[in-house]
Design a protein. Sequence first.
Length: 128
Amino acid sequence: MRSERILTGELTPNADLHDDLGITGDDFSAFMRKFENEFNVDMQNYRWYFHHAENGALGISGLFINSPSFRVPHIPVTPRLLLQAVTEGSWPVQYPDHDLSGKRYDITIDRVLALALVLLMITWLVQA
């Protein structure tokens, strides 16, 4: 986990780690892994996409296909919720019914575009 300050808002019992404090993407995931290990909380039922966007969720493919975090309602992770998880020993959130089945076409599109860019650059270098 990074050692520099990542909080951008005021820490209150109901502060949303993502929206109010500015913890996002990989930082949020690292925070939750550290939380799980430090406090021995069973996170088997934790669903990241309800709580924060993933890094790169707004890539080129994001113009056409939404990341999972944009297809479900946002549920804030707050210090109060974290304390409840520690007290209960497991992640206490009951998620609403949702369906994220199917392929992650956003990732496939980004990979195809990246490959096309690499091939274009190789072609350009070979011809130069």
